[in-house]
Design a protein around this ligand. Structure first.
Ligand code: CA
Length: 704
């Protein structure tokens, strides 16, 4: 602990702490000093004695941002005045909120412009490496605390950092607005975006309604890391662009994604994360929820991590390749925390601004990752929105899944959706609306609780998950849901099927487009592994039947269906419930297993096709669901889920789903004229009948 620290926490207010080991912490006067002999005596307004320190509150004269000041005391000790919580005041925001769109580096063949927002910096120097030359240019401070420099010449392949001076210390930093970097984030890179945009895209048209989507969650590395994928490379962006690969006639990689019939591929984090060494990715594994840079793609997924153009062009090629298959791409983005705050550009550029602090000055840690990004501050919000916009315009992505969205604030999420929908009219925005203990008023958090303040933004529906499959955390893995055998949940199942929009069944959402119906995601045990516990007394064949029912239930329910990669082949992680760094062996797509359980894969495809064919499962608003659904529980806990929907395209007026999670076969006689849309094997049948047989452990769908 230093003998003395001096802080500027508000306009007109300086706080000094003096250690008791220095003259007992007692000092009679302080003054503030600056350049050219500037010196003003400070007025002490309060003294507070603590065990090891004494705190002095003082009034402050008007000070210039971008100037170094020292605080000096009676005995001659002099320390830098640190610009601290003043950056979180309203007055600071009013003075320094910048609305321009030129932050970062902007390439031009004959010059490159650099702009950095750093209001409390005293000097900023651009350190640029171009060709064989290493150069340094002092940047000029302009309006709103933005520092700028234009460097003449062609710097298409330049890399750079900023040297930021503040409080007598110089910190080197990456550019948070950089489009790329060298390997492991050593230096930011100038990028000629034409090199990225010129890669041909294949725009995918699609429905404006989220409920028409079928989301499939995949990890770039896992999709091709298995040697039997048959791709030329493994685990890279480009590996997943290879067409026509297969394992014993079963499509793999990109072709496998295409074969399923899903509409959206949700890629687990592809922007730069920290913990995989990019030159030697085989030495580490990580899902990527350890963000480092938000606008720079992850280098370990590129073929040449030290060439900044490699990662950007290859991510673009991946998005375009998925589009070419007629599928859209949603990116999983991790704006709730940063992996290493100490080395992050945010801390280097403007300390105390980008993260949340509690009243005592400690970091908020609602993310349980050490820090929470303060999305509600104007320039943080701007950064997130700018990033979303750039990812859409540069790479052509179609939507975003927000990791721990509940850390972010309602206004930021709404502005993100507006900005995204201005670029793509049907951009999907959804995330984990969990209520985390972050330092933000509950009414402002982007949580499920506040869903009505965020129209059109989706939330993972844990009610759906827990009712249908059973609770999912480690200490609840023995818990059963309706489809895994707890028929006591049959009434709750009605709510789960209705998109959680009906007041009589535990209403949670204004609209079904807000209910992301995910039974399995990358987190927690796979369904198959959970059933080792909650259905551990049942044989493999029985559990396979339940797996198929879970898939069918997801596809017939109102809301937005979501499949985690492998769920369609009874994927296992060997009971590993948190495999974020568990390596390729555990996490990779297992094509051998997919082949072994191919009937489940085929069944999944049929369920997806069923959903896409019949509008009854994809109702767009709560009113329609209220008017069209008839839900009931029959003898033994069998659920009847009827949807009245005149669908001229398929010539159906009435769809009936019967879910039988019991070990007894059921037999029903209705009025004549029914035909099966989904039989026990997932097939549609032409013949008309009045009697419907529902085998044990099955989902049957019929219509008339
Ligand atoms: Ca990285």
């Amino acid at each position: 602990m230093a003998s003395m620290n001096a802080y500027l926490d508000d306009f007109g207010k300086i706080t000094v702490w003096v250690n008791r080991n220095f003259y007992g912490g007692k000092t009679d006067w302080f003054c503030i000093t600056g350049d050219h002999g500037f010196s003003i005596d400070l007025v002490i307004t309060g003294i507070e004695e603590h065990a090891d320190m004494i705190r002095y509150d003082m009034t402050s004269p008007i000070l210039d941002f971008g100037t170094s000041y020292m605080v000096r005391e009676q005995h001659g000790l002099s320390v830098p005045l640190e610009w601290r919580m003043i950056v979180n005041t309203k007055q600071f925001s009013e003075r320094f909120t910048y609305e321009g769109n030129d932050l970062g580096s902007t390439y031009h063949p004959s010059y490159t412009d650099f702009a950095l927002w750093a209001p409390t910096a005293v000097t900023v120097t651009l350190r640029i490496r171009s060709g064989r030359r290493l150069m340094a240019f002092p940047m000029l401070r302009g309006d709103k605390g933005v520092w700028r420099i234009r460097v003449n010449g062609d710097h298409r392949h330049a890399t750079y950092t900023y040297l930021i001076e503040r409080n007598g210390v110089i910190t080197e930093s990456l550019d948070p607005y950089a489009y790329s970097s060298t390997a492991n984030g050593r230096e930011s890179a100038v990028i000629d975006l034409e090199a990225v945009r010129s890669i041909k895209d294949y725009p995918v048209s699609g429905s404006p309604y989220e409920t028409d989507a079928v989301i499939y969650e995949a990890n770039v590395r896992d999709m091709t890391s298995n040697a039997s994928t048959g791709t030329k490379t493994h685990g890279k962006f480009v590996s997943l662009t290879e067409e026509g690969t297969s394992f014993r006639e079963m499509p793999t990689g990109l072709s496998y994604l295409k074969s399923l019939g899903v509409t959206h591929i949700q890629l687990m984090p592809v922007m730069d994360f920290s913990t995989v060494e990019e030159f030697h990715p085989e030495k580490n594994y990580n899902w990527g929820y350890d963000p480092m840079q938000y606008l720079t793609p992850e280098g370990s997924y590129s073929t040449d991590p030290d060439n900044p153009y490699s990662r950007v062009t290859e991510l673009r090629r991946l998005v375009c390749a998925i589009h070419k298959q007629g599928l859209k791409v949603n990116l999983d983005v991790v704006f709730n925390h940063i992996y290493d705050m100490g080395t992050s550009p945010f801390e280097a550029i403007l300390p105390y601004y980008y993260f949340r602090y509690n009243e005592r000055g400690y970091l908020s840690n609602g993310s349980y990752c050490g820090n929470d990004i303060a999305s509600e501050k104007p320039m943080v919000r701007k950064y997130i929105i700018d990033t979303i916009r750039s990812l859409m315009t540069i790479y052509g992505v179609d939507g975003f899944r927000f990791d721990l969205m509940g850390i972010l604030d309602v206004d930021t999420m709404n502005q993100i959706r507006t900005a995204a929908r201005r670029i793509k009219a049907n951009a999907m925005i959804y995330g984990e609306g969990w209520d985390m203990p972050t330092v933000l008023d509950g009414s402002r958090k982007a949580t499920i609780m506040n869903q009505n303040q965020m129209p059109g933004i989706g939330h993972f529906n844990d009610y759906f998950r827990d009712v249908v499959k059973g609770k999912t955390s480690d200490d609840q893995k023995y818990d059963r849901g309706y489809v895994t055998g707890d028929t006591g949940q049959s009434f709750n199942m009605l709510g789960a099927l209705s998109g959680s929009v009906l007041s009589q069944y535990c209403r949670r959402f204004e609209s079904p487009c807000q209910s992301i119906n995910a039974l399995e995601t990358h987190d927690n045990n796979t369904i198959w592994d959970k059933m080792h516990f909650c259905c551990g007394n049942e044989d493999r064949n029985t559990r396979m039947k339940r797996q198929k029912m879970l898939i069918a239930a997801t596809m017939v329910a109102q809301g937005v269906p979501f499949i985690h990669a492998g769920m369609e082949y009874c994927g296992t992680k060997n009971d590993n419930s948190n495999s974020y760094n568990s390596g390729d062996e555990i996490n990779q797509m297992n094509w051998q297993r997919a082949l072994l359980n191919r009937d489940v894969v085929e069944y999944t495809k049929k369920c997806i096709a069923l959903r896409k064919k019949y509008a009854a499962f994809r109702l767009h608003d709560a009113k329609e669901i209220e008017e069209s659904l008839h839900l009931s529980v029959s003898e033994g806990g069998v659920v009847f889920y009827d949807i009245e929907k005149n669908d001229p395209k398929t010539e159906t007026e009435f769809v009936r789903v019967i879910i039988n999670p019991t070990f007894d076969g059921k037999y029903y006689t209705f009025e004549p004229g029914w035909h099966l849309l989904l039989d026990y094997d997932g097939n549609e049948r032409e013949e008309r009948t009045a009697s419907i047989s529902v085998p044990p452990l099955s989902v049957i769908v019929c219509a008339r």
